[in-house]
Design a protein around this ligand. Sequence first.
Ligand SMILES: Nc1ncnc2c1ncn2[C@@H]1O[C@H](COP(=O)(O)OP(=O)(O)OP(=O)(O)O)[C@@H](O)[C@H]1O
Ligand SMILES: [Mg+2]
Length: 285
Amino acid sequence: MSDVETEPTADAATTTSEDSTEATGSRLDEMPILRVDDLVKRFGGITAIDGASFEVERGTITGLIGPNGAGKSTTFNCITGVHEPSEGSVVFEGTDITSRRTHQIATEGLVRTFQIARELPEMTVLENMMLAPQGQLGESLWRSVAPIARREVVREEEQLRQRAWDTLEFFEIDHLAHDYAGTLSGGQRKLLEMARALLTDPEMMLLDEPMAGVNPSLEKKLLEHVHELQEQGYTFLLVEHDMDVIMNHCEHVIVMHQGQVLAEGPAAEIKSNDEVIEAYLGGEV
Ligand SMILES: Nc1ncnc2c1ncn2[C@@H]1O[C@H](COP(=O)(O)OP(=O)(O)OP(=O)(O)O)[C@@H](O)[C@H]1O
Ligand SMILES: [Mg+2]
């Protein structure tokens, strides 16, 4: 773990004197927030991702589409450390995060939600929220033992509780705070998933079919939240099967097919791409 943490320092040490903070800052802004290069993931004999490369521009809602089994969820898993890629690299905010662990990647500001929500059903909504953030002070053993540090832990927990309430309010599920997560509807679970992911204070969120099982009015609300968050500066990569959602809400679309990137470009261009139409018709048989 310490090896990983010293990496950025080592990079900084080799930076030349030309790199003023200002210049570095503006370069960071221009850089894609996420870059995936030649990603390969094999499961035994199955090649789920077969050399996929793409970039996501900062501040966009980018769609990741493709027929069932194209490799979308596996790509998310490889980006966020759920699976280790067999080959290739993932660079987030200029930092190579390939093969890092999920919580380390979350600390860098990149989080995801799962195709099937992963809340803990036997805990309340609020308790689920309180479990979300990574690297809280309370997790560090010495702080729980030292008296002064303990006060810090308590203060941090209060702040976290407040943020949890604010986030639940933002998603309009604060009235469910004391209900067991297991009693929520499918749509409410999706909102809780997003609320939990947001609580880690990310810069970018990968959403894996966030609208699946969500009723139309909740879907509309969820999309409004995504746009509101985009306006605040968040970046989204969205896996979604509903083409209307993709076409109406994503400025850029990446199409995967059989583990590879088949096409990418502005939504309108993708819509009329013959190869994309073919891949979808083929996939639906
Ligand atoms: N853990 C695993 N072990 C073995 N094979 C896997 C594993 N995860 C995914 N696969 C396989 O990898 C391929 C890509 O699956 P993936 O779930 O990434 O597709 P997807 O594009 O997300 O599909 P969907 O739209 O149905 O969610 C499939 O053939 C799938 O069976
Ligand atoms: Mg999937």
